[in-house]
Design a protein around this ligand. Structure first.
Ligand SMILES: [Mg+2]
Length: 372
């Protein structure tokens, strides 16, 4: 017997995330075309569109498009706004939202800055109805807490939940019940299947596979010949809505907090601005039940060069005051070294980083010396 227990999975996708964050920061943008850009810096307009709001989308602007091209589309539109990417700000909003999602379910997996999966299977019966009500309340909570809309998909596995969320945006709410899985999937063009890029799509079309229904009914051997054993099998399973992959949190590789100094520093006179950063890191480490074995500093100079220094501890830590003490020492010696080398160091932004993260240890070191 190989029965797999039924699950209830929620996929959350924050709508046009970077551009919506900009709207949250400045409400006047809500009624204007907003284009968030990654400037490459070579010329004034070189670079690409990262995200844009739906007003800009309706006018023809798309992610990945050259900025100059988007500007041509919006030429003459004096309402259009082009903004540079502000990842630090988007990251801070993302973290708050992910915390809401994480605490709403027993199993949580963040898949990108604006996407997550929740598995609430163990709590409800019937499962999908329970999951739908969790999805509604998470959606509501995110709106209340951060004024951001998101789209959600609810289904029996991650693939179907993801396909559901992708089917209706923005502010979407889509549930796929088991009896409707095939009627949902089969009419979709193969290019809509999660993970199918232009190359795979072209190969499938070359063998007359146009829809997921076609793919679901294609001979397994044929697919394996063309795509190899693994991909061939997965494509056919996915077209049939089969996916047993678990919702599991990926280990965080590092945590960092960074701040822009009021004025460029030429000596270590900004310890107090690091204090909230270390407190924030302690909070994050404790709630995530992890400790860091390496504490480092990040310094962004007035010339926008990124420099870092780090120290590995003999005993991993969660303590904000220890993190702050190490960061302070690393910053002081960094300034000293630069002075000895006869270089003036001017720091514009300063940050603290904790890495080599491991599950928290129960042993509490007794003395500070153990950390050095
Ligand atoms: Mg999104």
């Amino acid at each position: 017997l190989n029965s797999i227990e039924k699950r209830a999975i929620i996929a959350i996708d924050l709508d046009y995330f970077y551009a919506q964050c900009e709207e949250v920061r400045n409400h006047c943008l809500k009624v204007r075309p907003v284009v968030v850009c990654v400037y490459s810096g070579r010329t004034q307009d070189s670079g690409a569109v990262s995200t844009c709001n739906y007003i800009a989308r309706k006018l023809g602007v798309k992610s990945g498009m050259p900025i100059a091209f988007a500007k041509r589309i919006l030429k003459g539109n004096d309402q259009a706004v082009f903004l540079p990417l502000d990842m630090e700000y988007y990251q801070s909003i993302s973290e708050k939202i992910m915390e809401i999602a994480r605490t709403s379910s027993e199993k949580f997996e963040q898949s990108s800055i604006d996407e997550a999966f929740l598995d609430v299977s163990s709590r409800f019966d019937p499962k999908l109805e329970g999951a739908s009500s969790v999805a509604r309340s998470v959606k509501q909570e995110i709106l209340l807490a951060e004024s951001l809309t998101c789209s959600v998909g609810v289904a029996e596995n991650k693939l179907l939940a993801k396909m559901a969320v992708d089917s209706k945006k923005p502010d979407g709410f889509t549930v796929i019940i088991p009896s409707e899985e095939k009627s949902f999937l089969y009419p979709l063009p193969v290019g809509k299947l999660f993970g199918v890029g232009p190359k795979t799509e072209a190969k499938l079309k070359s063998i007359q596979v146009e829809t997921l229904g076609d793919l679901a009914l294609t001979d397994q051997k044929r697919l394996e010949e063309i795509f190899g054993k693994n991909l061939g099998r997965i494509l056919r399973e996915w077209a049939n809505g089969i996916d047993n992959s678990p919702v599991e949190e990926k280990p965080t590789e590092q945590l960092s907090r960074i701040v822009t100094l009021k004025r460029d520093a030429t000596s270590f006179d900004f310890c107090e601005v690091l204090e909230p950063l270390s407190a924030d890191l302690e909070n994050k480490l404790r709630t995530s039940k992890i400790s860091g074995k390496t504490v480092g500093i990040i310094a962004i100079t007035a010339q926008l060069k990124i420099k870092s220094r780090a120290r590995t501890l003999s005993v991993p830590t969660q303590s904000g005051s220890q993190i702050l003490a190490i960061a302070a020492e690393l910053f002081s010696s960094f300034f000293e070294e630069s002075a000895e080398d006869g270089q003036e160091l001017r720091i514009r932004r300063a940050g603290i980083k904790v890495s080599e993260l491991i599950p928290e240890t129960t042993t509490t070191p007794q003395t500070l010396e153990q950390f050095f």
